[in-house]
Design a protein around this ligand. Structure first.
Ligand code: PBG
Length: 321
């Protein structure tokens, strides 16, 4: 076996998987107001952008050959309420951000998150019922309005991350009814109730690591694999254009199984906690930063992901040049 590993040239001939900038999607955070960007402490190198710095960053990302960005708004606490009413407010910074990106980098695909957690004061992805659970159908109605507003502002792909039942079908119908036939749906089909979302909730200020939100009533049990295939099958039947597995690194078996069970493109989301882990260990001098980063992404690709949402996207694309 070692003859095929003897030199860099031979190794490159027999390499089965490779990472390309075209495989990557850059998640980005945006906040309202002018002024300076705001670093996210638990995610070194990640900031909450202003609309101006976001458009500049998107131009750079597009020039690096990355085809898409996923935009997450960070909303001031004073604008949050129990039902997330700011979501569809025309003054929501998300809509200004989408328009600004489209003007700055017209070739870049803009993906938006369809869920209420940036806008609710309790941090859940939907509307609460009397017992404090998330109510499915009323939430789906709210999500349809949000998805249509995002598409109207110029989002190319809407990505429901809320894990309500029937939302893909309802969102597809709402988009079609409003004439947004071209807007695609990237369904967060297998989204697990994961502890790895901690730094993201810090970034959008929807929760804290010390008092984690319990989303197990709608997100998937990390113990389950077959259930992921069922979710994918349903989202496919409801009209999803692409499906997603999230998180990525700890769920490589799920990515592989989903890849083998659907003909749709499969995305994987290397989430905030996976990113933070690599940074933290590298800071302590316990892991080699770049080697670990690249290996983590290659493994996700090898598992079968067609595209990877990762906070490393821009720097990896730069290093691939
Ligand atoms: C919420 C949402 C979350 C992430 C993306 N959209 C967090 C959650 O479900 O609480 C996590 C992304 C990350 O951790 O990087 N709709």
């Amino acid at each position: 076996m070692r003859r095929n590993r003897a030199t860099p040239a031979i190794r490159s001939l027999v390499r089965e998987t490779s990472l390309r900038p075209e495989d990557l999607i850059q998640p980005l955070f945006v906040k309202a107001g002018e002024g300076t960007v705001d670093p996210v402490e638990s995610m070194p190198g990640v900031v909450r952008h202003t609309v101006a710095s976001l458009s500049e960053e998107c131009r750079r990302i597009s020039d690096l050959g990355i085809p898409a960005v996923a935009i997450f708004p960070c909303i001031e606490q004073g604008k949050k309420d129990a039902i997330g009413s700011h979501a569809c407010d025309p003054g929501n910074v998300l809509y200004a951000a989408i328009r600004a990106i489209k003007a700055a980098a017209p070739g870049l695909t803009v993906i938006t998150d369809v869920a209420l957690d940036p806008y609710t004061d309790h941090g859940h992805d939907g509307l609460l019922d009397a017992r404090g659970g998330v109510e499915n159908d009323r939430t789906v109605e709210a999500l349809c309005k949000l998805a249509v507003a995002q598409a109207e502002a110029g989002a190319d792909i809407v990505a429901p991350s809320d894990m309500m039942d029937g939302r893909v079908k309802a969102i597809r119908a709402a988009l079609d009814l409003s004439g947004r036939l071209e807007a695609g749906i990237l369904a967060y089909s297998a989204k697990y109730a994961s502890a790895y979302y901690g730094p993201f909730r810090d970034a959008v200020k929807s929760g804290t690591v010390t008092a984690p939100l319990d989303k197990r009533g709608y997100q998937m049990d990390p113990a389950n694999l077959r259930e992921a295939l069922l979710e994918v099958r349903l989202d496919e039947a409801e009209g999803a254009d692409m499906v997603m597995v999230k998180p990525a690194g700890p769920y490589l078996d799920v990515i592989r199984a989903v890849r083998e069970s659907t003909l749709l493109p499969v995305a994987a989301y290397q989430v905030s906690g996976e990113y933070a882990q690599i940074h933290a260990a590298a800071r302590l001098g316990w892991l080699d930063y770049k080697a670990t980063r690249d290996e983590s992404l290659l493994a996700i690709k090898r598992a079968g992901a067609d595209m990877i949402l990762t906070y490393f996207a821009a720097e990896v694309a730069e290093s691939l040049r």
